[in-house]
Design a protein around this ligand. Sequence first.
Ligand code: DGI
Ligand code: FE
Ligand code: FE
Length: 188
Amino acid sequence: MERERALQLVKKQLTEHRYQHTLGVMETAIILANRYGADEKKAELAAIFHDYAKFRPKEEMKDIIAAKGFPQDLLEYNAELWHAPVGTYLVEKEAGISDRDVLDAIRYHTSGRPGMTLLEKIIYLADYIEPGRHFPGVDDVREMAKESLDKALIKAVQNTIVFLMKKNQMVYPDTFHTYNDLIKNLED
Ligand code: DGI
Ligand code: FE
Ligand code: FE
């Protein structure tokens, strides 16, 4: 799908603020794809659609997770996690995206998963460091992203876990599994 068509489809689903975030993720994902040797067009498409389901009613997201074969334990954790798997379902159904790599990058952009693909890592990180993000520690991760995708990703996952724990929020197990898997595979 062409960039303009994809942006048109996604704009209707989002607030202006979230659309601007999406443009930032797109721009960042393309830079990271070129830096780390991923498919630029897949990175662009996954970035454009990654938050497609962000503003769907909770009930609709719940029903999709319940009915479409997603892990049911998601429903016991923060509802913020739901838009990622639900996005995969809706983007396939409503926008006709069928590329498995793109769909998986959308699906795992919030929690990560053990054994993340290069494209999944790029979308997770681009979502975290796009220019519109302003939170403590984000500049460090931006700098790390110039040197090592995995090291930057570990920092982003660590920060997310700490952020959730400081707010006394539950952490989805896959988020911990992502962290452990990245640490285990880190060389030196
Ligand atoms: O959709 P975005 O705001 O662009 O970013 P995102 O998809 O990474 O969603 C992030 C929100 O999800 C963030 O506020 C933290 C929250 N969240 C809740 N529980 C978990 C979680 N994030 C992770 N990684 N793991 C959790 O268990
Ligand atoms: Fe998201
Ligand atoms: Fe996002």
